[in-house]
Design a protein around this ligand. Structure first.
Ligand SMILES: [Ca+2]
Ligand SMILES: [Ca+2]
Ligand SMILES: [Ca+2]
Ligand SMILES: [Ca+2]
Length: 333
């Protein structure tokens, strides 16, 4: 390459990074802007005081209608044992991962499908693949890959494209299974699908064991939202949860301590409609709260749950001080 061409090439790369375009290409779960090390699901007889309220976690992967390649759903460290996981007594946790497609998956049509509680018809759709993992050296600190799937095996939504649902259920034992997902176009590598995304309605995750770390999740605020109710579980009184948006510099919300839910209402201003909020999880500075697992969900005034996207819609919201609004908080503990 001649020097001039090289300069143009690097300028182009800088533009891509600065505009956040790369976010559209990534489907790691947790997402790359979230700074969350792992998802967590405990075994069937896990104690909720360890940080998982319902021993089940549901995620959705959306693939654009235009994509006609293969789809793989990769799970990193699907086993419970060895590295990454949270031990209680012997390693005895079993986790059932199930992948669903077809009609009935779309959570905007079928509320049970959202998997807020592992009850009712939350396993709606057609089972495409499933596998149970226990302590297993073969998959410790390694990937297991579901697929290939044809995009058309997902549930077609006009808005989101083809939707696949993945449920991790605690099927036995009391240890915590920590894991991650990646939606890939290849079976043995993480290769993102352009325009794909992932979302959940109830996020159960592990915080870093580092007092300096800040984790984020990005709920999307749709038309017609007046206020939202956030609910967080088992935060271990670990510092502060702060909400930032393009018109909100940062407000703290009431947080839970041990094995309890705490909720509060946050009024939404019109400038926050059609954008993502940034829920920031700032760890306690005075001492390290270790192995903190936490659950969060958010619903609007109609009781409809907001989606948390791994690649935030509209990008990571940045506070812009030139827009003046006065958000107020009503807490209801
Ligand atoms: Ca492991
Ligand atoms: Ca155990
Ligand atoms: Ca694991
Ligand atoms: Ca916790």
């Amino acid at each position: 390459m001649r020097p001039k061409i090289i300069i143009y090439f690097f300028l182009f790369q800088i533009i891509i990074v600065n505009t956040g375009i790369e976010a559209l290409y990534s489907q790691p779960v947790p997402g790359q802007d979230e700074n969350i090390p792992f998802l967590v699901t405990f075994g069937k007889v896990g104690e909720t005081s360890w940080g998982d309220d319902d021993l089940s976690q549901t995620w959705f992967f959306s693939v654009p209608k235009e994509y006609n390649g293969r789809v793989y759903i990769r799970v990193f460290d699907p086993d419970t044992g060895g590295e990454h996981d949270e031990q209680k007594g012997n390693w005895d946790t079993k986790t059932l991962y199930s992948v669903y497609g077809g009609r009935g998956v779309d959570p905007e049509i079928n509320e049970d499908s959202r998997g807020l509680q592992p009850t009712g018809n939350y396993k709606s759709g057609t089972l495409l693949a499933s596998k149970i993992f226990s302590e297993d050296k073969q998959y410790d600190n390694k990937y297991y890959t579901f697929g290939p799937f044809n995009p058309a095996e997902g549930d077609l939504s006009e808005k989101w494209g083809y939707i696949f649902k993945v449920i991790a259920d605690g099927a036995g034992g009391d240890d915590g299974n920590l894991y991650r997902y990646f939606l890939s176009r290849e079976p043995n590598r993480d290769v993102p699908i352009e325009g794909a995304n992932a979302f959940t309605y109830e996020y159960t995750f592990r915080m870093w064991n580092n007092t300096k770390s800040v984790s984020h999740i990005y709920p999307y605020v749709d038309e017609g939202v007046i206020y939202v109710k956030q609910e967080n579980f088992d935060w271990d009184d670990d510092g502060a949860v702060v909400i930032v948006s393009r018109v909100r510099k940062g407000i703290t919300v009431p947080v839970s301590n041990e094995d309890n839910w705490v909720e509060s209402r946050i009024h939404i201003s019109s400038e926050e409609i059609n954008s993502s909020l940034d829920f920031q999880f700032h760890k306690k500075q005075e001492f390290l709260v270790r192995n903190n697992n936490v659950v969060i969900s958010i619903e609007n005034q109609r009781g409809d749950n907001l989606k948390f996207f791994s690649a935030p819609i509209g990008g990571v919201p940045i506070y812009k001080p030139n827009i003046i609004v006065r958000p107020k908080v009503e807490s209801k503990q």
